[in-house]
Design a protein around this ligand. Structure first.
Ligand code: HEC
Ligand code: HEC
Ligand code: HEC
Ligand code: HEC
Ligand code: HEC
Ligand code: HEC
Ligand code: HEC
Length: 468
């Protein structure tokens, strides 16, 4: 609560009611320091591994077999659940254990069920914190290295929806602050989509990072989101996000986009009396509908079964007539841009989205004629490496590294290509450079063990030592 207060301190003098109410919402409390949860201690097992979550001596401890780690941050307000982050050196990793509010229980974090070996070593990327924190401080070019103060604004700040408010706070007018509802449709929707539309792939424009987005822009000024290509109205495909579901609702389509997230949600307030509130919203457009029931959402927006904490909508945002199938299972491998980016970015974005989802043939067809920037060359390198064209892979990755010499993963890709080409000396040099840029990059040690099979134990041991 204090955290959100600090972030909004400059708005407090004039918008006190909003600042105080916002501090109570899920978004206002999206990341915090761990506190005690119930049960205080719980054990479980997964395959041959045993795990424990416990609150001890004011610390949140998670352990797998005899490897115990103290958690630094809790991601999630706990409305649905919390996932935990721990730190070694300046690297942030995710815990395989999460707390689930509905069941009041500890269990594996989303996405870990299918892992044969539980591990503490999933990196926490800037993208994860970009959606869950007001501001984070990643070190450029690294996978999961952060400044000492890794998450300077743990709660989602006013600025993420209203832009920089410093000149407005000094001299308040409507002209020097963004009010999302006054923006054009694409820019308006982009404010919420920056976090509420994960899609199948998100692709930054050349030279941009996700964190460059500012309210008032369209997402496509900075990055494009690629979603499963689904006909505008379908009952059969798995459409998971709130944004995608709402977009295929009759209400959204037939109102010409008048309906948007903030029609029903006041982002500053907990939905205390949501049924009553939503009913008034429905009636603002459906006043003429023959009355046939109160609490409209119980029939038209029922809660669906959803994967625990897996970033899917629980409440059906398709706003359907009752009786429409609730379980949506088919997946489409084809992707489309949520909003098509400008000219040259079209093939590049879709190609990189296919590369990011492992559909390399489709990626190749789109990327082969695109001018090579660092991301495109990196993807082309990957395509060539998979196709066992090692020399071409080396050439592509080399261009990617030259364009962006401080990017650890691209260097490691180049090392892998040199290994495939049989050039062990260069493979080793690049892998070591990647290690220097990012000492906690586990894959660099794994690759070194492949480059030097005779010293595999040494490289594994070196990484294990760094973990202590
Ligand atoms: C010194 C008092 C003051 C401070 C500090 C202040 N505001 Fe305001 N704000 C106002 C006033 C007055 C208005 C109404 C302006 C008008 O209608 O011309 C306003 C309006 C707004 C609006 C609505 C604009 C619109 O188009 O409807 C938003 C959004 C807003 N403020 C956000 C913020 C945020 C975020 C902060 C903190 C960074 C902040 N304000 C700090 C006084 C302040
Ligand atoms: C910076 C990322 C970000 C932005 C921008 C954002 N959200 Fe959220 N939103 C989140 C996260 C993360 C949560 C989950 C919070 C938690 O841990 O409970 C959330 C939760 C919510 C919830 C669930 C209720 C609650 O308070 O937790 C609603 C409703 C919501 N957001 C609506 C919106 C709307 C409407 C917009 C656009 C005006 C928006 N959000 C913009 C990240 C964001
Ligand atoms: C593209 C933005 C985005 C990314 C990336 C993302 N999240 Fe989320 N996350 C959300 C939003 C929005 C919600 C709330 C609504 C929902 O589930 O869609 C949420 C919900 C959650 C919740 C449940 C919180 C609650 O109590 O409601 C947890 C826990 C969580 N995310 C953890 C993570 C972790 C850990 C990562 C990274 C390793 C991550 N998320 C990556 C946007 C994101
Ligand atoms: C998740 C996005 C989001 C966050 C975070 C957010 N706002 Fe807003 N804010 C909005 C939207 C959307 C509107 C327009 C609501 C409407 O009238 O439909 C709005 C409107 C406003 C207004 C003018 C209308 C009113 O309700 O008086 C003020 C003032 C304001 N916000 C201040 C703040 C302050 C201060 C903070 C931080 C404590 C904040 N907002 C955080 C999305 C957000
Ligand atoms: C911004 C205006 C607007 C709001 C707000 C709105 N709707 Fe709609 N809705 C429409 C329009 C327009 C249609 C299409 C009517 C038509 O086809 O004749 C529609 C259609 C529907 C349908 C028919 C769906 C179908 O598949 O045929 C249902 C059910 C419905 N709305 C329920 C709701 C409920 C419940 C709410 C509140 C949670 C709501 N609407 C809020 C504008 C809105
Ligand atoms: C027609 C009204 C309506 C619109 C428009 C709407 N929502 Fe919701 N939303 C609801 C209802 C009803 C709930 C159930 C909880 C409640 O009563 O507030 C809900 C719940 C949520 C939750 C909590 C998790 C869940 O699935 O229950 C999130 C997050 C959310 N909405 C995000 C969004 C976003 C993002 C948008 C815009 C793309 C949006 N909503 C548009 C009515 C709406
Ligand atoms: C008890 C369940 C229930 C409740 C509560 C309910 N509805 Fe419906 N609604 C239905 C059913 C069933 C249909 C489909 C009727 C049909 O197939 O012709 C329907 C159809 C609709 C339609 C589309 C058909 C038309 O008449 O235009 C709209 C719009 C709608 N409802 C709006 C609302 C609104 C607004 C509320 C809240 C004031 C509401 N409903 C409450 C069950 C419900």
């Amino acid at each position: 609560m204090w955290i959100a207060f600090l972030a909004a301190a400059s708005c407090l003098p004039c918008h006190e009611e909003i600042v105080r109410a916002y501090a109570q919402t899920g978004m206002g409390r999206s990341i915090s320091r761990p506190t005690v949860e119930n049960p205080v201690r719980q054990e479980g097992s997964h395959g041959s591994a045993r795990w424990v979550a416990l609150w001890n001596n004011k610390q949140m401890i998670h352990a797998i077999n005899d490897d115990a780690r103290s958690m630094q941050w809790a991601v999630g307000s706990g409305r649905e659940g919390k996932s935990y982050l721990w730190r070694v050196g300046d690297a942030l990793f995710q815990s395989p254990l999460s707390w689930y509010a509905r069941r009041r229980a500890w269990d594996l974090s989303p996405g870990y069920q299918s892992d044969r070996r539980l591990s503490f070593l999933r990196p926490v990327t800037p993208e994860c914190l970009g959606c869950h924190a007001g501001a984070a401080a990643p070190i450029a070019g690294t996978v999961n290295r952060y400044a000492v103060d890794a998450i300077p604004e743990p709660g989602i700040t006013c600025a993420r929806c209203h832009g920089d408010g410093s000149s407005h706070a000094a001299q308040p007018t409507r002209a020097n602050i963004v009010n999302p509802k006054r923006l054009g449709q694409a820019a308006r929707d982009s404010v919420c989509e920056q976090c509420h539309l994960s899609g199948s792939a998100r692709v930054t424009n050349p030279g941009k990072q996700f964190s460059d987005f500012r309210p008032g822009q369209a997402l496509e000024d900075v990055f494009s989101v690629y979603v499963q290509a689904v006909p505008t109205s379908t009952d059969r495909i798995k459409v998971v996000s709130h944004s995608e579901q709402l977009a295929i609702s009759r209400c959204s389509i037939a109102s010409g986009g008048k309906l948007w997230c903030a029609t029903c949600h006041d982002p500053h307030r907990e939905p205390a009396d949501s049924f009553g509130q939503h009913q008034a919203k429905c009636l603002s457009c459906h006043g003429q509908t023959k009355p046939h029931g109160d609490a409209c959402v119980t029939c038209h927006m029922p809660r669906t079964d959803s994967v625990d904490g897996g970033h899917t909508a629980y409440t059906d945002h398709r706003i359907r007539k009752p009786g429409v199938p609730k379980v949506l299972l088919e997946r489409s491998l084809d992707l489309r841009a949520w909003r098509t980016p400008a000219g040259a970015l079209r093939s590049r974005g879709l190609g990189l989205a296919y590369a990011g989802t492992g559909q390399l043939e489709k990626a190749y067809a789109l990327l082969k004629d695109v001018p090579g920037d660092a991301a495109v060359n990196d993807a082309m390198g990957l395509i060539y490496l998979r196709a066992e064209r090692a020399a071409l892979a080396v050439a592509s990755f080399t261009l990617a590294v030259e364009a962006d010499p401080r990017n650890s993963s691209r260097r490691l890709n180049l090392a892998a290509a040199y290994l495939a080409a049989g050039n062990l000396a260069k493979a080793k040099a690049q892998a070591q450079e990647a290690m220097t840029l990012e000492p906690m990059l586990q894959d660099a040690y794994v690759l070194m063990a492949e480059i030097e099979p005779g010293r595999a134990e040494y490289w594994r041991g070196l990484f294990a030592k760094k973990l202590r």
